[in-house]
Write a protein that binds this ligand. Structure first.
Ligand code: AMP
Length: 358
């Protein structure tokens, strides 16, 4: 194992959104500097970082200069072009590593990886044509969900098919993207586990949170989630299994469906995750510090939860409620510094302490 990164070192972060911003704040608390690489203008993370490169992921000169200026590179989103990673990896360690990105960038590869670990997933089939999709529906029945294999987020790139006659329209909506068809999982509720693995191979998971989505976007995460003790430990064991199989370094989010027959893995995200924001008020070491510790080769926090928390995303115009929320002395407000409150845009979140773990 390489030496732990010393305070004063610089962490490079690919992506300058709110996750990069909160990683940068956590890193600065540990004495690190952050250098953000982001193609878009005015990234929220740059407001709290030491340096910013504004350039596309295809700009090899900018990538090389970025790599030369940092001690380790991490990322806040999974869809980084492969060529950019190749170039960075030659110059500087990239954590989490390549395998996690390869697996999570493509829903088909991800499902096959999860099945290979013996974990339950929705039934699925790759579909490259409308005829293949119809064959897949004949096997899974309806409802089913057609999803693009790559670049889906917040419910984008997917269409629900409620009956066979709807299928043609669903295909027309996603085509020509390579897709997978998933059978519908009859779940009672959705949870996620945020887990971390250090450079020494140690794993620490946070308590599972219960997630409610609205219009494909996460609305709330509540801890504790409604789970039996057996389901709770299953959820954590599933996350640990994935972390170890990927020889992962950093924080990873695992989204799961709770069903009568057990837990079904929906998807994994090789990064800090919106459903882990509750840890900022619920744990001594939150998911952002945990990630920085992991990629810096520091020991991990243990993940213990010391409060019951409800995290609510502030989406679009929700930010207008800030004065009211601020009046509640048990709610911690996290705003992302975004200028314009467009519909569907995550502007911030609130962590409300609802009690103490029983
Ligand atoms: P995803 O982008 O895959 O996380 O899907 C977004 C949301 O769609 C999930 O949080 C679920 O609420 C729902 N969903 C996705 N896949 C399935 C499935 N196979 N069965 C039932 N619901 C699903």
């Amino acid at each position: 194992m390489t030496e732990p990164l010393a305070p004063g070192a610089t962490i490079g972060i690919l992506g300058g959104g709110q996750l990069g911003r909160m990683l940068s704040v956590a890193a600065s608390r540990l004495g690190f500097k952050c250098h953000i690489y982001e193609p878009g203008a005015a990234p929220p993370a740059a407001q709290v970082a030491h340096a910013l490169t504004t350039a596309p992921y295809e700009d090899t000169a900018a990538l090389s200069a970025f790599a030369a200026s940092v001690d380790v590179v991490t990322y806040e989103f999974e869809n980084i072009p492969t060529a950019a990673l190749d170039l960075l990896e030659e110059a500087v360690p990239v954590r989490p590593g390549r395998e996690a990105l390869r697996v999570s960038q493509d829903r088909l590869t991800e499902k096959e990886f999860l099945q290979g670990l013996g974990l339950a997933t929705a039934p699925f089939a790759p579909v490259a044509s409308e005829a293949e999709m119809q064959q897949a529906i004949a096997r899974t029945g309806t409802p089913a969900i057609l999803k693009t294999r790559r670049f889906g987020y917040d419910g984008k790139g997917q269409v629900r098919i409620d009956s066979t006659p709807d299928a043609g329209a669903a295909w027309a909506q996603l085509e020509p993207a390579p897709a997978i068809l998933e059978g519908f999982v009859a779940f009672s509720h959705e949870i996620s586990v945020i887990g971390a693995r250090g450079m020494d191979g140690r794993v620490a998971c946070f308590d599972p949170g219960e997630n409610v989505h609205e219009g494909g976007i996460l609305r709330t995460t509540t801890v504790p989630a409604r789970l039996s003790p057996a389901q709770r430990s299953d959820a954590v064991l599933i996350a640990a299994r994935i972390l170890n199989a990927l020889e992962y370094v950093g924080v990873l989010g695992v989204e799961l469906f709770v069903t009568d027959d057990g837990l079904v893995v929906n998807e994994i995200a090789p990064r800090v995750h919106n459903s882990g924001h509750w840890t900022q008020q619920g744990c001594t070491i939150d998911q952002f510090e945990q990630h920085i510790r992991a990629i810096a080769g520091w020991p991990l926090g243990d993940g213990t939860r010391h409060a019951d928390v409800e995290m609510t995303n502030l989406i679009g115009d929700d930010v207008a409620r800030i004065p009211d929320i601020a009046a509640d002395g048990r709610s911690a407000i996290h705003l992302y510094g975004k200028a314009e409150a467009r519909p569907g845009r995550k502007m911030g979140h609130v962590n409300r302490i609802t009690g103490k773990p029983g």
